[in-house]
Write a protein that binds this ligand. Structure first.
Ligand SMILES: Nc1ncnc2c1ncn2[C@@H]1O[C@H](COP(=O)(O)OP(=O)(O)O)[C@@H](O)[C@H]1O
Ligand SMILES: [Mg+2]
Length: 254
């Protein structure tokens, strides 16, 4: 929990510090997209032909896009705020029918199991295009399910950030996610002529309630339990704050 909020705020923060940042929204709920664009901009300007679905859909067809770089959009308000810095924040928007892409990719895999690494390596391959070379950081926001689209993101990444609220239910899935990631990379490398390294992964504790400068006892004990299992964790935590993290990042960006 807190994936989109972390992605949006990291993106805005890096851009405010002068980095060129690309955000990719791979969740059909499009929370990241509408953190930076208004609902009506998304619906009118992006949904018809400028979303990541259009790139996934085009693959293997006559109308295939040379690169998803053609789908990059710049949120106008953020653009204005960054006008006097060298920072830049761009985004490839999500589509509400991204789940159809998931289904189509799964069907492709079923009909050609040997295409495993090709299918899961599409985003990785696409991001090597020269048009993406100008970005200092690419942040990819995933949906909660570990399907073919999220696996494309894993194969394309150097680092996986796993935000979690330090409570029993939220941290429950961390071990199984770790195992799924390991299994996926092993399978990918069985099929791929060019093996990929398993990306480093680390937990980011979010929605932390501090009291006198440290997390409240209940959260502290969950954090200690995770650290004791030798799961890599960031020592920096994100505090629970509806006031800071509630508003849209486009208005929060300095
Ligand atoms: N640090 C935080 N403090 C308070 N509320 C937060 C924080 N991070 C996220 N939230 C809120 O929690 C909800 C879920 O966050 P979100 O980032 O959309 O999670 P996910 O992308 O994992 O579904 C949102 O309402 C968001 O505003
Ligand atoms: Mg989200």
């Amino acid at each position: 929990m807190g994936k989109t909020t972390l992605t949006a705020n990291l993106g805005a923060g890096f851009a405010a510090r002068g980095q060129k940042v690309l955000l990719i929204d791979l969740d059909a709920q499009a929370s990241l997209t509408i953190s930076f664009f208004t609902q009506s901009e998304w619906t009118a300007d992006l949904l018809p032909n400028r979303t990541v679905k259009h790139w996934f859909d085009g693959i293997g067809t006559d109308g295939a896009l040379d690169t998803p770089a053609d789908l990059v959009s710049s949120p106008p308000r953020v653009h204005d705020k960054l006008a006097r810095s060298s920072g830049r924040l761009d985004l490839i928007a999500a589509h509400r029918d991204l789940t159809d892409v998931e289904t189509a990719l799964a069907a492709e895999l079923l009909s050609d199991p040997a295409g495993f690494s090709l299918l899961h390596g599409r985003l990785r391959e696409a991001l090597t295009h020269k048009d993406f070379a100008e970005y200092d950081t690419v942040l990819i926001d995933c949906a909660p399910n570990f399907g073919l689209i999220a696996k494309n993101a894993v194969a394309a990444s150097d680092l996986l950030l796993i935000p979690t609220k330090p409570d029993y239910l939220s941290t429950n899935g961390i071990d199984s996610l770790g195992l799924k990631i390991r299994t996926f990379i092993e399978e990918y490398n069985q099929y791929s002529a060019v093996p990929v390294e398993r990306p480093a992964a680390a937990v980011v504790f979010t929605m932390v309630q501090n009291q006198n400068g440290s997390p409240i006892d209940a959260q502290r004990s969950v954090i200690s339990r995770i650290e004791a299992r030798e799961v890599p964790t960031f020592s920096t935590t994100i505090r629970d704050s509806k006031a800071v993290y509630g508003p849209r990042p486009s208005t929060a960006c300095p």
